[in-house]
Design a binder for this molecule. Structure first.
Ligand SMILES: *Cc1c(COP(=O)(O)O)cnc(C)c1O
Length: 371
């Protein structure tokens, strides 16, 4: 391989994403490109779809990666599901919930929001009450809020949403491949994720799935999807027979995603989810021993991303700076309402490992004692 000396820097990525790529994914990325309609590439695309269904835990036919990062997946879901004046409810529990409000508004939705504290989760009855007061066609929620480290109870919320006759859109950006999403079991109508969090591939694709009710909404739209690039009708014609050109697929990123998904199949999704939880528990225990407090109560805590309260009198930026300079470890700062109050520590995909937990705890111990 040709070296790229400027980038031969060691980094251990333990922030909110990107996470470290699996070395096998990086090798896949370095393969020579093939044509985007090459028969061998079409076979790889079909296998990517099969593996995405496995990781999403779904039979949904319309399951494919969107070209673009997680935000492109978010925009695809909104652009295809929201028509002007459609009543939409967004459950906002952090920064990415806010982004869903903004996007649904830009696409002309009549958007209402239900808020909870940053680090808290919704009770399904709150969602049911809100939908009773003000019915909506679509409810959107972030399952794993990367800005707060809380995991929403999707199964219960899904029931409330469907009893009210709405569709459920779930942001699974920081859950897919690390925490169970269970699209079919939880009756999720639409979901998107990204490649650079628990899948341990570079950023650039957004795994996406649309269930039967979402497809029906798409087919019955009164007007065309306003985004040409993210129109699922057109994307589906490329991903499925007759494989009509729409845009040139990011070929090497699809190789990378394919390898990342094969790694999950080899490990098994169940084992991977257990690994994320076990390593997170190791981290939580160790942080407790260092006298550091977690922001989210144990029962709602997200295994892939932990928010740690910054102790009184400690310069949170200085700690992050020293971790990066002296230990080559990246962790994240607090965002929005939690700015300056927490650190965000990710244990995602390849980097969810016992040796990484020990390394993080050791470094944090030295740095916080002397900060
Ligand atoms: C990272 C993230 C996004 C945005 O993904 P990008 O890949 O940065 O575009 C959306 N939602 C959540 C919950 C995220 O953590």
């Amino acid at each position: 391989m040709i070296a790229y000396p400027e980038l031969h820097l060691t980094r251990y990525l333990h922030g909110p994403g990107p996470s470290d790529c699996d070395p096998r994914v990086l090798q896949a990325l370095a393969n020579p490109a093939v044509g985007h309609l090459d028969p061998d590439f079409l076979k790889i695309m079909a296998d990517v779809q099969r593996l995405l269904r496995l990781v999403w835990q779904t039979e949904n036919e319309l399951t494919l990666p969107i070209s673009g990062t997680g935000t492109a997946g978010m925009e695809t879901a909104i652009a295809n599901l929201v028509e002007p004046r459609d009543p939409v409810l967004v459950c906002v529990a952090g920064y990415f919930g806010e982004r869903l409000v903004e996007m649904a508004t830009r696409y002309g939705g009549d958007v209402a929001r239900l808020d909870c504290g940053w680090g808290e989760v919704f009770d399904a009855s709150q969602v049911a009450d809100e939908l009773h007061r003000r019915p909506a066609k679509l409810v959107a929620i972030v399952q794993a809020e990367t800005s707060t480290g809380a995991l929403q109870p999707i199964a219960e919320i899904s029931k409330a949403v469907h009893e009210a006759g709405a569709l459920l859109l779930v942001d699974a950006v920081t859950s897919l491949g690390g925490v169970s999403v269970g699209v079919d079991d939880n009756d999720i109508d639409a979901a998107y994720s990204c490649t650079q969090k628990c899948l341990s591939a570079p950023s650039g694709l957004s795994p996406f799935t649309f269930g039967p009710r979402a497809v029906e909404k798409l087919r019955n739209r009164k007007e065309k999807v306003r985004s040409f690039y993210l129109d699922l009708n057109l994307l589906q014609q490329y991903w499925e027979v007759p494989h009509v050109y729409h845009h040139t697929a990011p070929i090497n990123m699809i190789f990378a995603l394919h390898e990342a998904l094969r790694l999950i199949e080899q490990e098994s999704l169940a084992a991977r989810i257990t690994r994320h939880l076990t390593n997170a528990e190791r981290l939580w225990e160790g942080l407790g021993e260092l006298g550091l407090a977690m922001h989210v109560p144990l029962e709602h805590r997200l295994p892939s991303l932990t928010t740690v309260r910054v102790p009184e009198g400690i310069d949170e930026g200085a700690v992050r700076k020293r971790l990066l300079q002296d230990y080559k470890i990246e962790i994240g700062a607090g965002l929005g309402a939690l700015k300056g109050k927490v650190w965000r520590v990710g244990l995602m995909g390849y980097a969810s490992a016992p040796d990484r937990v020990s390394m993080l705890l050791d470094a944090l111990k030295h740095v916080t004692v002397t900060a």
